[in-house]
Each structure stands twice: as structure tokens, then as C-alpha cells.
Design a protein around this ligand. Structure first.
Ligand SMILES: [Zn+2]
Length: 689
């Protein structure tokens, strides 16, 4: 097979007569498509009845793919139940947050605790693996699809209680972890524990709970319950196919599931990129970096993106000419070794018939979208293996923590308006727009490769993290934490010490009080000559060794510190005590990055994104992505060759990017002995398959 970025997408030929397949493959060849994701929603065909498997369609699909020189990412197809299964075994249907047992319908509709679902889904996965393990078209296994949601049925409640016994050991430990003496909740029997739902501890929806510790544990449990479905199918596959890499498609910053708990069980990470409407380019970039961080920086797959438009939103704008290409190269710049679409041919009916596709209902090759897809396919083919297996040599880490996300957004007080993703994104954006590469990593990550560690709204501090952050500063690094960081332990119990808890010695501050105000209230913050605005939460900081960098402008705490810097070892701890606006965050983060010489050479160009990857042969690749509608006129910082055009630019010479343009500069790397970080042993090299 070819050594190139995998290119293709979700393909559902089972919806079409075989004469259409001829057109499909002709068009795939025209577009440079080599990879087909097959079988994602095919359960009702592959198993039309409990005692009947019918793999004839998949046989033909894989045979045809192999004949055409294409490979298949083969799905187990267990994300949407067939009607017979739900009718025969109603227990497989989920019970929702309101306590309603659902009847058959939609997809992602199975109870993760159902033994019938487990038995039938693993049996199907095993059948597929038995039949196709040695098929020449098989490239990777795709288990289920976009795992998500939650179930609140009685069976899941029982499983939750068993999970709690495993986690807490005794009821005394559980009562202590959840602080149940509050509101007379001390449990004396495990059976008294109810899943946190609209019928029990919650009001006004999933974010309003009387017991955060209980709700946190249920989200962890549901993450594990769905993960159990994945690992069971993976085991069924492994019984017949010990080698082909296995994945499932994640959804980036998806709140319900803690993907860090899943990561060790995947052979490679993959995800579906559908950024919110109007999101800045740093939003999908953050999600890409989060996904890359799941497997210790190993390359991931962009499993889905739309070639043109989504269908699920109220309003579904088109990707403008050039936007698809730019978004695809952005994924590659952040670590993608595959770029796949949902979907290759548009569905004729049902709720995704207007979802964008490489091939529309008329089957034409002379559409703008098809031409852009094909142009990109040939460009990626020409790029060959230059970026495959490349790693990001980031010296800045951002801690991303699902527990903190859940705890922050279920917290009563100080402000419901603080949103985890927004604050994390603000700090990520500041670092990225300053030209720093950023690894987005869990609290448990090895922090020794990093000069700068950003910990925005890191509400829960777990394990030995505080000591490892102190070690970063001891050896000269900088750690930045913000308001509402370091507030509670893994159970969301407040630390019985000064805020910010275990981070206080490193930050050199003490916080006794915090003020929250409506969103229209603006507090001015003076950062030397620079003036920023702050909103929502204002922690009142007492200096305990730190020096003020910024001060509040108004109210009874006017003149007290809003931003501080603390000398610690050979490094520093920075504390931002309020929700600064983006210019304020930019100002602070750039000061931190500048201390470590981490401001990029093109940081002055706001529409220009840069990202670095180091190829396995040591070549350093600097991606330049112009998100602007105007040309970006740069001065080359080094002599380099653009991999896409072969054009060589000397240091100091003009370098112009078209609107939405992309350049991949190939740079000689000056210190070859330091050029690679160790690979994790579990990372498959898909090129060798
Ligand atoms: Zn259930």
C-alpha cells in the first residue's frame, strides 16, 4: 500500500445497488481516495435476526475495495440497534435522565449494562473479525461509533453500586467522599444509593446536583460502562485478529466521556471534527491537540469531517471555497495521519440526506465540492509520507481534566457563568496565537518535557500533581494557574487549607474571598501599562511571597492583586485570579512564554496559525496556515522549502500566503540528538500494515 496520508471517509454502499458502486469507485479514483470506513450502521443487514448472520454485502464491499486497491476501516456496526433486537429484548433500550425507559428508535440507543447487548455486540464483532482478519482490504477496526450519552436504568443502578464498592471499599469511605452528613444523606446500605438523575439529586438538568461527589462518580462510572462495551468488542476482535489496530471515533471536547480513561485501550486515537459555528480556528486546534495527547503525542486520525455542510444544526452553512483544504491541513499540522469524511456518498433519505458528501445525489464529479475534495486528494498524494509519524515538539503543556470540567460546571457557586471550555480555550488560544506548540495532556502526564505548564480552571487537583508542578518550577519552568484552580480534591471536597489548596506554595498567594458579578459588570485590571478587562469572578488575593503583576481597578479590593508572579526554585508560579478578557490573557501568557523564548517567529500575524511537527527522519516541518481572507505577507525567518510547491525561500525574503493558504516549510533541525521524544510502545505504525 501507499505511504501517504490516508484519505477517504464513511462509505455506505449497502444503501445502493451495485451499479452505483461502479460510479463510486471511479469517482474515488478521481479524488485520490484510498480509505473507506465501512459498516458503521449495518447491524440490521449483517444480523437480520438473532440466529442469522449475513455478511454477503460486506463480503462484496471488501472484495471490491481490495480489487480497486483501496483499504477499509471496518466498523463493527454496534452503535445503532436493529429493530428486532430492541423488540425481542426491551432491556437493551436506555432509560434517560428523566427516568423514561425508551422504546426503539434513533441510534446510540443501547444500555451499556445490558447483558443482551454485550452478548450480541461482541458476538457480531467476533464474527466480523473471524471472517475479515486476514482480508487484504482490512486496515483498521472501528468499534461502534461516537460512544456517548448515559443510561439510568435499574440495571445500570446496580452496576453503579458495584462500581462504587470497588472504588470506595466501604460505605464509610463513600459517605466521607461525598460528604453525605450534609442534608442527612448518610447511607447505611449500598442499595440506598440512586443514580443522580432528575428523579433524585438533580434539578434544572444535569448540571444542578445536590451532591457533586455522587454526580462525578456517576459520570466516571458511565465513562467506564461505555468503555466496557468497547473493550469487550475489542477482546472479541482480538480473539481472531491479534494485530490489526483498533479505534473508535471520539468527538474532541465531548463532556460526557472522560477520554483519558479510554486512551490506554485504543491502538490509535481518532475523532470527528465538527467545530461549533463561528468558532475561531484555535477551537478545533485545541480539540486536535487534546486528541493527540490521548496517546502520548502519537499521530491520530481525523475520522470524520464534512466536505461541505452539516445537517444536524438549525442552520447549516457551507464551508467556503478553500476552507475544507485549510481545515484538513490544520488537522495534519496538529498530528493527523489520516483525513476522512463523513460521508462519501450522500444518503438518499432520512435525517442526514442533506449532510454534505463528496458525491451528491446527482453523482456528479463537476461540482465545486468534488473538485475541492479531488484537488486535496491529489495534493496529499503528492505530499506522500513527509508528515507521517511526525511528532509535535511542544515545550508548553496545557492540563485538560474532565473531572475538573464536571466539577466546575456542576458547582453551586461562585458563578454558573464560568464555562470550562471557554476559559481553557482562552489560555490555549493565547499560547497558540503567540506561536507556541501546545500539548494538551491529563493531570497524570509526565511534565518533564515542558518549560511551561498552563493549568486554567483546574478545579480538582489530584494525586501528586502539585508536587510535579512544583518540580517544573524548581528546574526553571513556569506554571500558570487561574481562579477556581486548586479548589477541591478528587471527590470535589474543598481542601481544608488556604486557596488555591495544594497549589498555594507554588503560587505564593492566599485567597480568602471571591466576588462574583453579573456578566455585564466589567472590572478593569491594570497590568503595568496594559489595561485588561475582567468579568464573572474576582478572587481577592493576599500575597504570600508572590509579587503583583496586575491589580484590580475598582471596588473595595481596588489596588489588590489580580495577577501575581511567584519565584519558586529556578522558575515561577503565575496566578490569574479573575476571568481576564482575551487581550488580558494574551498579555499574561506572552509574558510567560517570552521567559522561555517560546514566542514564535510569526506571532505578529493574528490570522496566521503555525504548528510544528518533527518527522521520523528528524526533519522539522513548520506549518503556516492563513485563516485570513487577505493574503498574509511574511518575512521568512529561516531558509526553507515549501513541501507543497517545492518553492525555496531564503531567510529574510518575502513569503506570501494566499487567503486561506497553506505552506509547509521543511526546516533543517539544528540539534539532531534532541529531535525525537520517545514513542509510546503501544503506538501502531499504520504505514507498515
Ligand atoms: Zn442502563
Amino acid at each position: 500500500m501507499s505511504d501517504r496520508i490516508r484519505y477517504g471517509g464513511d462509505y455506505n454502499p449497502e444503501q445502493w445497488p451495485e451499479r452505483v458502486w461502479d460510479d463510486d469507485h471511479r469517482l474515488f479514483t478521481e479524488a485520490g481516495i484510498d480509505t473507506l470506513t465501512v459498516g458503521v450502521f449495518s447491524w440490521s443487514l449483517t444480523q437480520p435476526a438473532e440466529d442469522t448472520y449475513d455478511l454477503t454485502v460486506l463480503d462484496r464491499v471488501l472484495k471490491r475495495a481490495a480489487e480497486e486497491g483501496r483499504q477499509v476501516c471496518l466498523a463493527t456496526g454496534t452503535a445503532a440497534l436493529p429493530p428486532w433486537l430492541a423488540k425481542k429484548y426491551p432491556e437493551v433500550n436506555r432509560t434517560d435522565f428523566e427516568g423514561r425507559r425508551h422504546r426503539y428508535g434513533q441510534r446510540h440507543n443501547f444500555c451499556p449494562g445490558s447483558p443482551v447487548y454485550r452478548r450480541l455486540s461482541t458476538a457480531l464483532a467476533g464474527r466480523l473479525a473471524e471472517r475479515y482478519a486476514d482480508h487484504p482490504a482490512l486496515l483498521a477496526w472501528h468499534i461502534n461509533n461516537e460512544y456517548g450519552g448515559a443510561c439510568y436504568c435499574d440495571r445500570c443502578a446496580d452496576a453503579f453500586r458495584a462500581w462504587l464498592r470497588e472504588r470506595h471499599g466501604t460505605l464509610d469511605a463513600l459517605n466521607d467522599a461525598w460528604w453525605t452528613t450534609f442534608w442527612s444523606h448518610r447511607y447505611t446500605d449500598w442499595d440506598q444509593i440512586e443514580p443522580p438523575s432528575a428523579l433524585t439529586e438533580h434539578w434544572r438538568g444535569p448540571d444542578h446536583t445536590a451532591f457533586q461527589g455522587l454526580t462525578l462518580d456517576y459520570r466516571r462510572f458511565m465513562t467506564d460502562a461505555l468503555l466496557g462495551c468497547f473493550t469487550a468488542e475489542k477482546e472479541a476482535i482480538r480473539a481472531h485478529d491479534p494485530h490489526t489496530p483498533v479505534t473508535t471515533n471520539f468527538m474532541g471536547m465531548y463532556r460526557p466521556l472522560d477520554y483519558h480513561r479510554w486512551a490506554p485501550h485504543l491502538d490509535f486515537a481518532s475523532w470527528d471534527n465538527y467545530p461549533p459555528l463561528g468558532a475561531p480556528p484555535t477551537w478545533p486546534a485545541l480539540a486536535h491537540d487534546l486528541m493527540r495527547g490521548l496517546k502520548d503525542g502519537a499521530p491520530f486520525w481525523l475520522m470524520e469531517q464534512t466536505p461541505s455542510t452539516t445537517a444536524c444544526r438549525d442552520v447549516n452553512p457551507l464551508r467556503r471555497p478553500g476552507e475544507l483544504r485549510l481545515a484538513t491541513f490544520q488537522a495534519i499540522a496538529h498530528g493527523a495521519d489520516a483525513a476522512l469524511y463523513f460521508q462519501l456518498r450522500a444518503s438518499r433519505g432520512a435525517c442526514e440526506k442533506y449532510h454534505g458528501a463528496v458525491i451528491g445525489h446527482a453523482g456528479r464529479a463537476d461540482t465545486r465540492v468534488f473538485r475541492e475534495v479531488a484537488g486535496l486528494g491529489h495534493e496529499l498524494a503528492a505530499l506522500g509520507d513527509a508528515t507521517l509519524g511526525a511528532r509535535t515538539p511542544a515545550r508548553t503543556a496545557l492540563l485538560f481534566d474532565w473531572d475538573s470540567w464536571w466539577a466546575l460546571e456542576t458547582s453551586d457557586g461562585p458563578s454558573r457563568l464560568v464555562r470550562y471550555q471557554d476559559t481553557v480555550h482562552a489560555y490555549y488560544r493565547a499560547a497558540r496565537e503567540a506561536g507556541a506548540d501546545v500539548d494538551v495532556v491529563p493531570q497524570t502526564a509526565d511534565l518533564t518535557p515542558y518549560d511551561v505548564v498552563l493549568a486554567p480552571v483546574l478545579h480538582l487537583v489530584k494525586g501528586d500533581l502539585a508536587a510535579r508542578l512544583e518540580a517544573v518550577a524548581e528546574r526553571g519552568g513556569t506554571v500558570l494557574a487561574t481562579f477556581l484552580s486548586g479548589r477541591a480534591d478528587e471527590h470535589d471536597r474543598a481542601f481544608l487549607t488556604d486557596v488555591p489548596g495544594p497549589l498555594a506554595p507554588l503560587m505564593g498567594v492566599r485567597v480568602d474571598e471571591w466576588d462574583a458579578r453579573p456578566p455585564e459588570f466589567v472590572q478593569s485590571v491594570r497590568l503595568g501599562e496594559f489595561r485588561a478587562e475582567a468579568r464573572l469572578v474576582f478572587e481577592i488575593v493576599l500575597e504570600r511571597g508572590a509579587e503583583p503583576v496586575g491589580t484590580y481597578g475598582t471596588d473595595f479590593y481596588a489596588g489588590t492583586p489580580a495577577v501575581t508572579r511567584n519565584a519558586f526554585g529556578r522558575g515561577e508560579g503565575w496566578y490569574v485570579a479573575t476571568d481576564l478578557d482575551q487581550p488580558g490573557v494574551d498579555h499574561v501568557v506572552r509574558r510567560v512564554l517570552a521567559r522561555h523564548d517560546l514566542i514564535g517567529p510569526y506571532a505578529g500575524h493574528p490570522a496566521l496559525e503555525t504548528a510544528t511537527r518533527t518527522a521520523p527522519d528528524g526533519t522539522r516541518l513548520l506549518f503556516l496556515l492563513n485563516h485570513g481572507r487577505e493574503p498574509a505577507r511574511l518575512t521568512a525567518h529561516a531558509t526553507a522549502t515549501d513541501l507543497l510547491t517545492g518553492r525555496r525561500t531564503g531567510a529574510g525574503e518575502p513569503l506570501t500566503l494566499d487567503p486561506l493558504g497553506v505552506v509547509i516549510l521543511s526546516l533543517p533541525y539544528p540539534r539532531p540528538q534532541q529531535m525525537r521524544r520517545p514513542r509510546s510502545s503501544g503506538t501502531p505504525d499504520l504505514r507498515k500494515k
